[in-house]
Design a protein around this ligand. Structure first.
Ligand SMILES: C[S@@+](CC[C@H](N)C(=O)[O-])C[C@H]1O[C@@H](n2cnc3c(N)ncnc32)[C@H](O)[C@@H]1O
Length: 256
């Protein structure tokens, strides 16, 4: 089984607990920026690629699309998403599939494709954005919230012997395409986890731009959101970690 899928299956509960909290990065940093960029989704067909436990799927559903489908590789992440959908009477649908080949399960072209913090788990960005472009209607739009290349450049490079990185290994290796391996914040805050490293890829800014433009999509806007000002009072440690380096890069695109 795909190593990244195994990893996400094992982290599903810890992720949901950490990221579905009121003061999570998803709700406080990504969502306010995404909301500003969102087109009108009422009556539209929407896909959330790498939907995980559905945090953004359910936020997007509030815009009253005609249909919304979350696609994810991990059955354990999807299980939590489906349980939440059943509990809340959500009409969101969930499908297990690789986002990089999403066209295989998106039979009819859709109006809007969203994705948050999934593309750094996908090695082949060219294939991903070609599938996205093929899955969109003419005039369709998409928003990808990706780990900022500056930030993923800091993720520690995987050790050959799988040993743990030290704190001082979090420094920028921007052009180095080696696999990254680190302790995710949701594991760090969860007592059940010990010695668990999570792997992902680092893509540069030009990797994103060339994959997007090469797939025939137009970039409409790029944002690098900061932590909310109130975090200066309530969570200074978290606030300061965002002042020097952006964690997210949010890209709005269109199929012209
Ligand atoms: C950081 S989580 C983000 C989940 C959700 N978008 C959110 O923001 O809460 C990354 C998600 O990407 C999924 N994922 C990783 N590789 C994938 C792939 N190739 N295709 C689809 N999903 C993938 C994982 O299973 C996980 O649910």
């Amino acid at each position: 089984m795909n190593e990244i899928k195994i990893d996400w299956n094992s982290m599903a509960k810890a992720y949901e607990e950490f990221n579905n909290a009121e003061n999570s990065y998803s709700y406080c940093i990504e969502w306010p920026c995404i909301k500003e960029l969102l087109p009108d989704l009422k009556g539209k067909v929407v896909v959330d690629l790498g939907c995980g436990t559905g945090i953004f799927t359910f936020l997007l559903e509030k815009s009253e699309p005609a249909k919304i489908v979350g696609i994810d590789l991990s059955e354990e992440m999807l299980k939590i998403a489906k349980e939440k959908a059943d509990a809340d009477g959500s009409k969101s649908e969930f499908v297990q599939h690789d986002a990089a080949t999403c066209k295989e399960v998106i039979e009819e072209p859709v109006d809007f494709i969203f994705s948050s913090t999934t593309s750094h788990y996908i090695e082949n960005l060219k294939q991903l954005f070609e599938n996205v472009a093929k899955s969109l209607k003419e005039g369709g739009e998409c928003i990808f919230s990706v780990i900022n290349p500056v930030y993923s450049a800091m993720y520690p490079v995987e050790h050959e012997d799988s040993s743990f990185p030290e704190d001082d290994e979090w420094n920028v290796r921007y052009m180095d395409k080696a696999m990254r391996a680190y302790i995710q914040p949701w594991l760090e805050y969860n007592d059940d986890y010990e010695n668990h490293l999570s792997k992902s890829y680092h893509h540069t800014f030009s990797d994103y731009v060339n994959a997007i433009v090469g797939a025939g999509l137009t970039i409409e806007k790029v944002c690098e959101p900061m932590a909310p000002e109130e975090w200066k009072e309530t969570q200074i440690y978290r606030y300061e970690s965002f002042v020097e380096n952006p964690v997210y890069m949010i890209i709005k695109m269109k199929k012209a």
